[in-house]
Write a protein that binds this ligand. Sequence first.
Ligand SMILES: *Cc1c(COP(=O)(O)O)cnc(C)c1O
Length: 429
Amino acid sequence: MEFSTDMMYEELGISKEVIKFGTEIEKNLKERFEKIDLVAEYNQMKVIKAMQKNKLSDVHFGATTGYGYNDLGRDTLEAVYADVFHAEAALVRPQITCGTHALNVALAGNLRPGDELLSPVGKPYDTMDEIIGIRPSNGSLAEYGISYRQVDLLPDGSFDYENIKKAINDKTKLVTIQRSKGYASRPTLSVARIGELISFIKGIKPDVICMVDNCYGEFVETIEPTDVGADLCVGSLIKNPGGGLAPIGGYIVGKEEYVTNAAYRLTSPGLGKEVGATLGINQTLFQGFFLAPTVVSGALKGAIFAANVYEKLGFNVIPNGTESRHDIIQAIEFGKPEGVIEFCKGIQAAAPVDSYVTPEPWAMPGYDSDVIMAAGAFVQGSSIELSADGPIKPPYTVFFQGGLTWYHAKLGIMMSLEKIVHANLAHLK
Ligand SMILES: *Cc1c(COP(=O)(O)O)cnc(C)c1O
């Protein structure tokens, strides 16, 4: 008996035309995919090396309860993270509920009344608005007397060095640099560019804390922001570094002093890193981190495949089909709400979990417009798993990311195309 992958795609609901279109695109991506595999190979070794150095052993997979004093697994996990990021210390905890929480802990732990926070790369991710107080919110940094300043990127995406210099003043205590574009249409920053920005800022004020929101960037390159001078680097375990296995968590790595300050905020002054039971999830967090380089490579292939598919159909895609990649997010501008909605329906229909439900736009906490989200994930809301979301506002851009395997990402994109073509929103040439 012969196995036909095309027939299997057809059984899943992909038409012959879409399969043919996708296959042609994939053929031209061989060389790029090989380069991605090389980055994954390097990062895999980096993670194994850190695990060996810290003598990872099955004793570290045991559970603690209660206060969680002397949780060897937790302390070793944090040492492994610190080594992979070439940082002094790490806080990697299931008590950090998500990326937004990790960012809040890092900021609130290190800023004091009268300090100023600066974003030199434009408006940060939507959920940061209420942390900072850009949109008034109970408990925001603004309520604690911490002011905020922002310098936008120049129209061509470059840093506005002149105005950044002017914005740095006596009060500037912490600079937040978001690596990924998030829900914006600006380019994602490479680690090298983040390094240039940090050098510039330290040249003006050496003691300012440079923090990078590293969400979606981990393991996309062979270096991380802490390799180019970042004092703090923050992210979510239900994105890249959790490898799809972490059921919850966030991390903060960097200079010991600043990580410790964050720990005092997460738990309590005086307690810091010493408490925090892990309830048996250490093994999963280690294993997810171990798999993360490979998982990220699959997600990257999916993003590049999607860019090339939709670029060929005439849509504006960010990054474009040939650009170098610094995060796993792919933005596609549809120009109308229907495009965003049909795309998300396709991603949902290709999922292993909840494939039978239809996503709809909805008001989400932390966002200022309705948002549609497609995710049939093993871990709720996990966006290292194949997922797509888009705020329902012009220019009607869908943000697509993840895929625990390249094959699943590919199926998702072909299914999205199937829905888009069926709704007459694009025509295969
Ligand atoms: C996802 C994300 C966040 C917030 O993380 P959540 O886990 O969704 O709270 C912050 N910044 C960026 C750039 C992100 O991509």
